[in-house]
Write a protein that binds this ligand. Structure first.
Ligand code: FMN
Length: 316
C-alpha cells in the first residue's frame, strides 16, 4: 500500500507541505518537525537535466533530508525521459517515500524552455516521462503535481489523460499556468478532478492546492470539494506554526525557533548557501509581538548568522 493510502487509512485525510523552491529545504522542514509538522513533506523541485550533468552538486542539495522529515517525496522536473530514468535509478538509494513530477511550475524561464507546466501541452512526452519514472521507481509511489491547464482550462481532457497513467497521487493546483496569484484558485474545478478520479482511477489519491490559509479551511475544503487532502504552501510562510493550528505564538518561542533555525542553517548550509537566503525566515518568525518590527529590521541588517544569533542571545 502506498504511503498516501497508509496516511489516509490512519488519519482519513492528508495535510501536505507544498514544495517551495528556496523555502522548504531540510532546515525549514526540520523546524516544522519541531513546531507542527504536516503528514507529508515534498522537497524543492530538482532538475533531472542538472542531476544528470557535471553540475550534479549544484542541484542535488535539494534532496538533503533527515529521517525525521519522512514521509518525504522527492520532486523532479525536466523534459527528457532519459534524464528522469537516470536520476530515478540513482536517487532510489535514498530512503525516500515517493517521487513527484512537476508539471505545474509557471515561472517564465522554466516554461519558455518547455518545462514544468509547459508540458501540459505535450501529453505524449508526459506519458514517456511518467513511464520512465515508474520503470525505475520500482515500488516507490509516483505522483504528478499540476494545474488545470496551460493557457486555458482543460480540466476534463488533461486529468482524464493523467488518471489513465495509473499514478499513486495527483496534486491539483486550482489555476491554469498563465494565471498569477491574483485570482483565487478554482476549487470547483478541483472537485471535477475528484469526480473524474472516481470514474477513471479510484485508487489515485487527490490533493487539492491553492489558497489554503489554515487547517480549519483545509478541513472545510476537504469536506466541501471531496479531495483526500490538501497541500499548503504560502500559508506556512505567513505562519510557520500553521500545521500546529495554534493561536498567538509568544515572542520568546518565536525567538528560540529562529535561533534553532539559524544554528541548523550554520551546521547544514554554511559555505553552501549565503546568509541572505535566511532573511525570509526572519520575516516569517519575527512578527506579531510588541517591538517585533524594530527587532526584525535589526536582524535583517545582519550579514552573517553569528551576528543575528548574538542579537537573539541577548534577548532570550
Ligand atoms: C516561493 C515559492 C516557491 C515554489 N516552488 C515550487 C516548487 O519547487 N515546486 C512546485 O511544485 N511548486 C512550487 N511552488 C508552488 C506551490 O507549491 C503551490 O503550488 C502554490 O504556491 C499554491 O499553493 P498555496 O496557495 O498554498 O501557496 C512555489 C511557490 C512559491 C510561493
Amino acid at each position: 500500500m502506498s504511503i498516501y493510502k497508509q496516511i489516509l487509512e490512519e488519519k482519513g485525510k492528508i495535510y501536505a507541505l507544498s514544495p517551495m523552491e528556496d523555502v522548504t529545504d531540510t532546515v525549514f522542514r526540520q523546524i516544522l518537525c519541531d513546531i507542527g509538522r504536516p503528514d507529508l513533506f515534498f522537497t524543492e523541485f530538482m532538475s533531472t537535466d542538472g542531476y544528470m550533468s557535471k553540475g550534479r552538486d549544484k542541484v542535488s542539495h535539494r534532496l538533503k533530508f533527515t529521517k525525521r522529515e519522512r514521509p518525504i517525496v522527492f520532486q523532479l522536473w525536466g523534459n527528457h525521459p532519459e534524464n528522469y530514468s537516470g536520476t530515478v535509478k540513482d536517487i532510489i538509494k535514498y530512503s525516500l517515500d515517493g517521487i513527484d513530477i512537476n508539471i505545474g511550475c509557471s515561472v517564465r524561464t522554466v516554461i519558455n524552455s518547455g518545462h514544468c507546466s509547459a508540458l501540459i501541452k505535450e501529453p505524449v512526452l508526459v506519458k514517456e516521462i511518467i513511464n520512465a519514472v515508474k520503470t525505475e521507481a520500482k515500488d516507490i509511489p509516483v505522483s504528478v503535481k499540476t494545474r488545470l491547464g496551460y493557457d486555458e482550462l482543460i480540466t476534463e481532457e488533461w486529468f482524464s489523460f493523467l488518471l489513465e497513467q495509473d499514478l499513486d497521487l495527483i496534486t491539483v493546483h486550482g489555476r491554469i499556468s498563465k494565471q498569477g496569484y491574483d485570482e483565487p484558485a478554482d476549487w470547483d474545478e478541483i472537485a471535477k478532478v475528484v469526480k473524474l478520479r472516481d470514474m477513471i482511477s479510484p485508487t489515485t489519491v487527490i490533493l487539492g492546492n491553492g489558497d489554503i490559509a489554515d487547517l480549519n479551511m483545509a478541513d472545510e475544503y476537504i469536506d466541501k470539494y471531496g479531495v483526500d487532502g490538501v497541500m499548503i504552501g504560502r500559508a506556512v510562510m505567513q505562519n510557520p506554526w500553521v500545521f500546529a493550528n495554534r493561536g498567538r505564538i509568544p515572542k520568546d518561542e518565536r525567538l528560540s525557533v529562529l535561533k534553532k533555525h539559524l544554528e541548523l542553517f550554520k551546521d547544514t548550509w554554511e559555505g553552501v548557501k549565503p546568509f541572505n537566503t535566511q532573511k525570509k525566515y526572519i520575516k516569517m518568525y519575527i512578527g506579531n509581538f510588541e517591538g517585533s518590527s524594530e527587532l526584525r529590521m535589526k536582524l535583517m541588517k545582519c550579514n552573517e548568522s553569528e551576528e543575528a544569533l548574538d542579537i537573539i542571545r541577548e534577548i532570550i
